[in-house]
Design a protein around this ligand. Sequence first.
Ligand code: DC
Length: 222
Amino acid sequence: MNSRVIAIDGPAGSGKSTTARRVAEGLGYVYIDTGAMYRAVALAVLEHKLEPTQETLDKFLPQLTIRLAVGPAGQQTYLNETNVSTAIRTPEVTALVSRIAALPNVRQYLVEMQRRMAGEGGIVMDGRDIGTNVFPDAAVKIFMIASPEQRARRRWQEMRAGGIDASYEEILTQIQERDRQDSERATDPLRKAADAHVIDTSDLNIEQQSAKVLEIVRALDG
Ligand code: DC
């Protein structure tokens, strides 16, 4: 068992990243957002106007440097040494990334990187296949769920709070489409590991979600 790894998986908008960041802070672990790595590849594909196919990516991936740095402002994502932490969150990247994440060679490349990032200290890693594929021997596996309507509502509220006037229906449709692409792909689809703890976040706030995960981690230590 890999006692230094906490794996948090779940669909888009289930509250994974905020919870994972809080849990990492609480434990003094490093938080790693693997979705940012798939987003960085999607951004590079858009910037270079490439076809999102395995053949193209086979040639292109070795030319990319993706680096995650942990700093006071949280995780920063670098693509070829440019900070792309904001650029990877645009609607264009979000619309493309599930297609990129379905390509087996992209997954293999990033999964190897993720395994190397485990390093010496403890990590909390979030994604879709961390407990099933990246670290199947993780000490603690969490699978976070919430209804698509609840997840869309949260996203919509976040966007409104940020001054973006988005349509709830459109966000819900996008979430349902990403769920479908992420869970129906052939390589390492989104699914719960047999030994994962399921946390339904529909009626929980961030404090309550983080407390639940920490409770599971501490029960293991005790
Ligand atoms: O969590 P996110 O929305 O930033 O993830 C972006 C995309 O990457 C999403 O389509 C799922 C995919 N992804 C994945 O396939 N495997 C991971 N470990 C992390 C993300």
